[in-house]
Design a binder for this molecule. Sequence first.
Ligand code: CNA
Length: 438
Amino acid sequence: MNRSKSSWDKKAPYHPATRVTRSSSSQARHRNPAEFQDCEPSPYGKQRKRQTDSALAQDLSQMSVSAADVLTTSKGKMSKGSAHPVQTGQSPSAAKSSSRGGLASVARLVKLGRCKNVLVVAGAGISTASGIPDFRTPGTGLYANLEKYNLPYPEAIFNIDYFSNDPQPFFSLAKALYPGRHRPNYIHYFIRMLNHKGLLLRMYTQNIDGLEKLCGIPDEKLVEAHGSFATASCHLCYTAYPAEEAEQAIMNDNIPICTFCAATVKPDVVFFGEDLPQKYFLHTEDFPKADLLIIMGTSLQIEPFASLVNTVRSNVPRLLLNRHAVGPFEKVTLRKRDHMELGDLEDTVRRFAEMLGWNSEIEELMRSQETESILTLISCPLSVTAQTNCHSRGAPEPQCRMETSILRPGTQRAASSGSEETDSETDSKSSASSTPSN
Ligand code: CNA
C-alpha cells in the first residue's frame, strides 16, 4: 500500500467525546446512567484508550472465554470478547420461553395507540437482506471469512493496536462495507415507517453500512453507536481528515496518512477500546421514556451497546426479532412483557407490518425510492464525476453501479436531508398514525 497525504488542513480537533467505549460481554452490567454524566470530555478531542501490548495479550487470552462468561466492563469501553463468540443458538430453555403470538400482541398494542415512543436497537442482521454479511452467522459471517488476513484472532480487525501495525485487513473489510454499495431493504423501510407514523423515539444501530440514512431515517432519529464512514480521523492524534479523501485512498489501496503526525487515518468506525460517539448518550434520556423496545438482528455481544436493552423500565414490552434468542432472551424466565419472534428477520418484519396494516405503504415507499434512483440514473451521465454529483443531490446509488462507483459518505446525510422528503417533514402529516388502523 502507498501512503497518501491529505491536502486538507486538518488541524481542527475532533469534537470531544465522553468515555464510553466498546467492549464485548453481552452479560456485562450496564452502567448506571448517572455515571455517564461524570464523564469528562477529552481536552484533546476524541479520546481513545491506548491499548498496550499487554492489553492485546489480555485480549488474546480472552479468546478462550465463552461468550456466556461475565466480563464486566466497568469503564464501558467498546472492546472485544471471545474471538470465537459462542453462537448462542436457540437454547431449549429459550425455545420454551419463546413467546407464542408475541408479534400479534405487540402489533395489538401499537394499534391501540399504547406505543408512541418506540426504540429500535439493531445490528448487522437487519442488513443481511441487503447482501451485507453479519459478523457471527457461521459460514457467511465476516468473522468466519477472515483467514485470508492472517489475523491472530478475528476481532483483531477492529483492534486499534493491530490496526496501528497493519491497517490492511481493516481497509480490505472497509472496501466491502463502505456505504453506497448496497441498498436498504424492507426492514430499514419498516423502521422509517415507524418514524413516518410518528412512533419512533430513536433508532440505535451498531451498523456502519449507512443504510439507515440512505433509506431516509432522519439524522436526529438515528444513533450510529459504532460510528460510521461519514467522517475520518487520525487513529493516533485524532485530527480530522476529509472522509472522501480517506475513502479514495482506501479504495485505491493506499493508506491515508495524517498530515499532522503522519500516522494512519481511519474512518470513524468505533474500534474495540474506543469511545462511542457523543450521540450515544441520548440513551440516558431515551430509554426511560420508551414504551416499546424492538431489538432486531443483533447477537447482543458488544458492550456497552448490548446492555442498553436492560435499561428500559421493567413494565415496557421488549420484542426480539432475530434468528435465535440472544441476551436477556436466552434466560429461562423472561420479563412478563418480553416477546420474541424467531426466524428470518425480513419475513418476520413483513408479517409484523401486515398485522399493523402498513405493508402496502412500506412497499409504496420502497417503490418511490427506487423510482427516484432510476430517474437519477437516467438524468446523470455515467461518469464518476456525475455520479458524485448525483449523490450530492441526495439520490441513493443505483444498484447496478455498486461495483464501480464511489459514494461519498458525507453525501449520505444529503440522502436523508436533501431533496428527499424526510420523515421529520412528514411526521406532522401522520399524526393519525398512532391511532389504530384496524
Ligand atoms: P452479529 O454479532 O453478527 O449478530 C447478528 C445477529 O443477527 C445474529 O444473532 C444473527 O443470527 C442475526 N441475523 C443475521 N441475519 C439474520 C436474518 N436474516 N434474520 C434473522 N436474524 C438474522 O452482529 P451485531 O450487530 O450483533 O454485532 C455488532 C457489530 C457488527 C457491530 O460492531 C457492527 O459494526 C458490526 N457489523 C456491521 C455490519 C453492517 O454495518 N451491516 C455488518 C457486519 C458487522
